[in-house]
Design a protein around this ligand. Structure first.
Ligand code: DUC
Ligand code: ZN
Ligand code: ZN
Length: 483
């Protein structure tokens, strides 16, 4: 059999091992891994690394934010940007706001992505309206269609759920087989402090980082872990930024609870000092905010010891103008600016330079944190997240020696928080289902070629089957709690 394409002579790395091999591709799939393969087309990877394409399981694309602001990236600009940085799968959100009909939300997002995405995509839901119809009918239908995870918010006036609602959503997730992702920050602390700050005339972006205290993250994480334990529902805490929050997750995991943690580039590579540059600090405002060097270290440690399970971008793209960060120009207060930073394109190159290149993590850990764990946790493995026979040929060929100073990225944000950094190690060719979609910085993908990925139930979302004492007591009395 003559292969369609052979990625020849490179060093292949998966989350398990690193080895020299050619990768043979037929159509959209990897069909052979070995030496001396020949094919109709050869992609020379001599001296380069051949890695699974990145899977970014947390990004916001063409989405209305918690504050009601439309993201600057649509499915075309976001996925083009992702592809340039070596990411070949994204899992953004379909966001239900208060009062929204979930079925309609889903149909809208499918339509937005279908005609524009250049790489494959799944969806999570955001649930802000957990009414009877949503929980009993629309959620099960969405889960049945392969959308097996949803995010809930403990803060943001327009999105946050009360503890009872969180328990309702968790019960539905447990019943139907989905993973609950949690934005864990204590709303009362943030809004109380923000009110005081504004009253005192302290409205610059730097006060945003003051209001989102470390304790607000830790309290919410601790609370939501107790809620999840009550209904035996696996959870994943997104964008964890503090040593205290990471420790809460570590302790829950030490009790064998299914609690997963995620962190993002902004918590490894930025600090609150970046925000303290006047109104321009809006570029670095995200929730939770970047902290300090000690918190960065805690995030690295969490990634190493497993307290943090995945490293995602939380790409939340807003421009430095009235459409996003600065609705009232220079007069915009930190309470009024859209929260979020871009990161789809640089997520992998940043971790490659500061993680693998700096000797903090191995190549296998790099693949695990950027690709395999995401695919595994969210039900896409082994189709995505590895280079193996039968997997989709989603591959990034990395030049270890290539150095570039970050100027601008391919998204529609107009700035990057990482401008001016010199990164060493870049993806020079990126394949999606066997097609070279980026080569030496040139895009070769047509709009709408990306496909929706219906996701399977994963190990991560299976309940433990372990009850807290009160729930056990109910069972012993033969009056079990009905979820
Ligand atoms: N939460 C996110 O997950 N992303 C951007 C802003 C936010 O609050
Ligand atoms: Zn969030
Ligand atoms: Zn997010």
């Amino acid at each position: 059999m003559s292969l369609d394409l052979v990625v020849r002579g490179g060093t292949v790395a998966t989350a398990e091992r690193t080895f020299r091999a050619d990768v043979g591709i037929q159509g959209e799939k990897v069909v052979e891994i070995g030496n001396g393969l020949s094919g109709k087309t050869i992609l020379d990877a001599t001296g380069k690394l051949v890695l699974p394409g990145g899977v970014d399981s947390h990004c916001h694309i063409e989405q209305l934010s918690g504050m009601g602001v439309m993201a600057a990236d649509d499915f075309y600009s976001a996925t083009v940007s992702a592809a340039h940085g070596g990411t070949t799968t994204v899992i953004p959100f379909c966001a239900q706001h208060r009062g929204d009909d979930l079925k309609k939300v889903l149909a809208d997002y499918h339509e937005r992505a279908r005609t524009k995405a250049v790489i494959d995509y799944g969806f999570h839901l955001i649930i802000a309206n957990p009414d009877e119809k949503t929980l009993a009918r629309d959620l099960p239908d969405a889960i049945g269609s392969g959308i097996r995870s949803f995010k809930i918010f403990m803060t943001y006036e327009r999105m946050r759920l009360h503890d009872e609602q969180i328990l309702d959503v968790m019960a539905a997730a447990r019943r139907e087989g989905a993973l609950v992702m949690v934005h864990a920050e204590n709303h009362g602390i943030i809004s109380w402090l923000a009110g005081r700050m504004v009253k005192q005339g302290n409205t610059l972006p730097r006060y945003h980082a003051i209001c989102h205290t470390r304790g607000s993250e830790a309290e919410a994480i601790e609370r939501v872990i107790r809620l999840a334990e009550l209904v035996d529902c696996p959870i994943l805490i997104v964008h964890v930024s503090t040593p205290e929050g990471i420790e809460a997750i570590r302790q829950a995991r030490a009790r064998s609870l299914k609690v997963f943690g995620e962190t993002c580039p902004q918590y490894l590579f930025l600090t609150a000092k970046d925000i303290d540059i006047g109104i321009q600090g809006a570029m670095f405002c995200c929730s939770p905010p970047p902290r300090d060097e000690a918190a960065q270290e805690a995030c690295w440690k969490g990634l190493k010891d497993g307290a943090l399970h995945v490293y995602s971008s939380d790409h939340a793209p807003y421009r430095m103008d009235a459409s996003g960060k600065l609705p009232k120009g220079d007069k915009t207060t930190f309470k009024e600016m859209a929260n979020g930073v871009p990161g789809l394109e640089l997520r992998l190159p940043l971790l490659f330079t500061y993680g693998y290149g700096a000797g903090r993590i191995s190549l296998e850990e790099f693949v695990n944190l950027t690709s395999k764990r995401h695919a595994e946790t969210y039900g896409l493995y082994p189709r995505k997240g590895t280079i193996a026979i039968g997997s989709d040929a989603d591959i990034a060929v990395w030049d270890l020696e290539k150095k570039l100073t970050v100027e601008k990225t391919h998204d529609n944000v107009g700035y990057t928080p990482y401008r001016g950094r010199t990164l060493k190690g870049w993806p020079v060719a990126v394949l999606s289902r066997g097609k070279v979609i980026v080569e030496n910085g040139k895009l070769g993908a047509e709009r709408g070629r990306g496909r929706f990925l219906a996701r399977a139930p994963s190990e991560a979302l299976k309940p433990l089957g372990r009850d807290v004492p009160e729930i056990s007591q109910l069972k012993a009395w033969n009056t079990p709690l009905q979820l």
